[in-house]
Write a protein that binds this ligand. Structure first.
Ligand code: ZN
Length: 124
């Protein structure tokens, strides 16, 4: 049987206890995704490598805005960049980031969760 720990290849799963600075770092990382423009850039990079210019074209954004967001996303280790010739291509830093996004997308738009979204009478 595969444990969830093996499934996610992550020793962290068993004992999730964060130091306050780690919680702050986690909040900062999720905070980066709280901007719809920045999030749309990440989503564009989810399934393929793409140049900054193509990201800008695809999303109808200015090149300078896209490069500003790309800088932040790279610094946060969500995206990675690879130079090929004159162009820099962006993709997900690794499968962890992609999986987190896929899981949240599925959770919001695919999963049929049991029970109602509305709190039952007497519940808060
Ligand atoms: Zn779910």
């Amino acid at each position: 049987m595969t444990t969830i720990e093996q499934l996610f290849n992550c020793s962290f799963m068993q004992n999730v206890e964060l130091q306050s600075d780690q919680t702050a770092q986690l909040a900062e990382t999720f905070g980066l995704l709280a901007d719809p423009t920045r999030l749309s850039i990440v989503v564009v990079c989810m399934e393929r490598e793409i140049s900054a210019g193509d990201i800008a074209d695809e999303l109808g954004l200015s090149a300078s805005l896209v490069s500003h967001h790309l800088r932040l996303l790279r610094a946060a280790r969500m995206l990675r960049a690879e130079r090929r010739g004159k162009q820099v291509f962006y993709s997900m830093a690794d499968d962890c980031v992609r999986d987190v996004l896929k899981i949240m997308i599925d959770h919001l738009f695919t999963h049929e969760h049991g029970g109602s979204d509305e709190p039952q009478e007497g519940e808060q």
